[in-house]
Each structure stands twice: as structure tokens, then as C-alpha cells.
Design a protein around this ligand. Structure first.
Ligand SMILES: [Zn+2]
Length: 294
């Protein structure tokens, strides 16, 4: 077989012979192999969990759970950072900054929201500024997931096309477009379906629409902890998962059930542990940044 047809006769056999008669070239290939292997071997992501607020509710009825079906009345509101050799992904933006420091009266009507320390300040505590974040992505754009979106609009924002298409439409419950108005001029990378963030399979956005048109979850392959699936709002509470109950305000109930099926299949396939983002009982057991899971 001829590789090249000018000058020397570079036949395939000739080439192999030259390669192995030149130890320098062989060493280079071995070195390249080690480099690629070590790059792969060190690309183990780290997962940081941040406390981005809480919401106290009188009941879980909006999530389609009857009072006697769950005694949960407090939801945790998380933010996450996933650190990878190829960059950092910020995942879910917590409550708006306006909630920070609020001390609502105990008898305030509706959900009572609290938020101790603004996520941007928490990142600063770790020596990180928004410029140190490579990508930002949100499970969806409800106000308790997009609170810091404007502050992270300088980064590449990865979003499902379907979420983007309705982001600035009027009349979507729990959506406050002023929280992410900065995205209009941001570098928004629009995707459709699942997406491998760093290209090595270790951090994957999983399309789970239904709660909102372009809702997504996040699968992180952690070396020591094992694979972890961050639910977004595919489920708000354990009861929603156990009873397969779709919140009354979801965008599309049928689509939500299909996404729950997809999630079950993916959890079985990967052996991933599901972390329901708003599950306060779970959150109480998780270590928070600057501690991390790897
Ligand atoms: Zn939501």
C-alpha cells in the first residue's frame, strides 16, 4: 500500500520499518501515549455544593402531594460548581440576590424564603470570580434556579433551545426574565437533547423536559463518590419520585412522565445516585463548598 508517491517510496511496510528503526520517534509516540493517558486519568471532576437559600411552605400541594403524604415543608435551594481539568461549570443559580438577608415574619403569607450568603460572595470566599467560570447552565429558568444568571452572563451559557425559545415570553409562572436579561447579549450555546459538556463523558447535561419546555438534569461521573445525577426540578421532593407525582404547575405533565422514565433508565444504566436538589433532608447530609465530592 502506498502512502506517498513522491521522492522516496513510502510504502506502508517501509514506513513501519523506518518507525521502528528510529527509537527517537518511538519514544515520542510512547510519550504522547502517556500524556493522553494522564490527561484522561486526571480529568476527574470535583463537585461543589452551595447553599443558595431555602423556602418554607405551608403544604406541598403545588407539587401535587397531599398533606398526609409527606411531612416535608422546607425546601433546600442548591447551586453547584463542577471543576474539570478543561474548565468549570456553574450549575443552577439559586435564589435572587434580593432575598439575601431578608428576615420575613413567621406568619408571612406564602412561601417564606431565606438566603444567607449570595452565591457570588460564596464563590469569592473560594477565590473565584465569575471570570473563573467557563460555562454556566441552569436546569431551567425559574426564579429559584436563575438568581445569579445575570452575574454569569459573561460566560458561555449552555441552554436547551426549547428553554431559550420561551425564556422571554410573558406569562410563565415563576419566571422573572429580569433575573437573566443579561443572557440576551451573552454567548448562549443552544443545544437540543443530551450534551457532553467537556467532551469526555464525565459531565453530561440530560434533557428532561416537562417541568419547563427545556428542563435538564446533570450527570457527573465522580471517581470516588461514583456517578451522581443532579435532578433539577424533575422531582421537587422524594414523595414526587416515590409517588410519580407531577406538580400542578408543570409545563407539560405527559412530557414530565416521559422524562421520569428516561431518568429511571439512565439511573439503572449508569448506577448513578440521584440527588434531588430541593431535598432538604439530603442536603443536610451533604458537605458544602469549599469541601467537595470527587
Ligand atoms: Zn422549577
Amino acid at each position: 500500500m502506498r502512502v506517498k508517491d513522491s521522492g522516496d517510496q513510502y510504502t506502508y511496510a517501509n514506513l513501519v520499518q523506518r518507525l521502528f528503526s528510529n527509537p527517537g520517534i518511538v519514544m515520542k509516540y510512547i510519550a504522547l501515549g502517556f500524556l493522553l493517558f494522564s490527561l484522561h486519568a486526571t480529568a476527574n471532576p470535583k463537585l461543589y455544593v452551595f447553599d443558595c437559600g431555602s423556602a418554607h411552605l405551608d403544604s406541598l400541594e403545588m407539587f401535587n402531594i397531599k398533606p398526609e403524604e409527606s411531612d416535608v415543608r422546607e425546601l433546600f435551594i442548591p447551586c453547584y460548581v463542577i471543576e474539570h481539568d478543561a474548565g468549570r461549570l456553574f450549575w443552577d443559580g439559586g435564589l435572587p440576590a434580593t432575598v439575601v438577608g431578608n428576615e420575613p415574619p413567621e406568619d408571612a403569607p406564602g412561601p417564606v424564603m431565606r438566603y444567607e450568603r449570595w452565591i457570588i460572595d460564596q464563590l469569592a470566599d473560594m477565590g473565584l470570580s465569575p471570570a473563573d467560570i467557563t460555562y454556566a447552565a441552569y436546569s431551567h429558568l425559574h426564579f429559584d434556579h436563575a438568581g445569579a444568571a445575570n452575574q454569569l452572563a459573561e460566560n458561555t451559557v449552555i441552554m436547551q433551545q426549547a428553554e431559550w425559545d420561551t425564556a422571554f415570553e410573558e406569562g410563565h409562572e415563576f419566571v422573572d426574565p429580569t433575573l437573566f436579561a443579561g443572557l440576551k447579549s451573552a454567548n448562549v450555546k443552544l443545544i437540543e437533547g443530551d450534551y457532553d459538556v467537556f467532551g469526555d463523558g464525565s459531565v453530561r447535561l440530560i434533557s428532561t423536559p416537562g417541568h419547563t419546555p427545556g428542563h435538564q438534569s446533570l450527570l457527573v461521573m465522580l471517581e470516588n463518590t461514583g456517578p451522581v445525577m443532579l435532578s433539577g426540578d424533575l422531582y421537587h421532593t422524594r414523595a414526587n419520585r416515590e409517588l410519580r407525582r407531577v406538580p400542578t404547575f408543570n409545563y407539560n405533565a405527559e412530557q414530565t412522565l416521559q422524562s421520569m422514565d428516561k431518568m429511571d433508565a439512565l439511573l439503572a444504566e449508569t448506577g448513578a445516585t440521584l440527588w434531588i436538589g430541593h431535598d432538604k433532608a439530603l442536603a443536610d447530609t451533604l458537605k458544602k463548598a469549599p469541601a467537595y465530592y470527587d
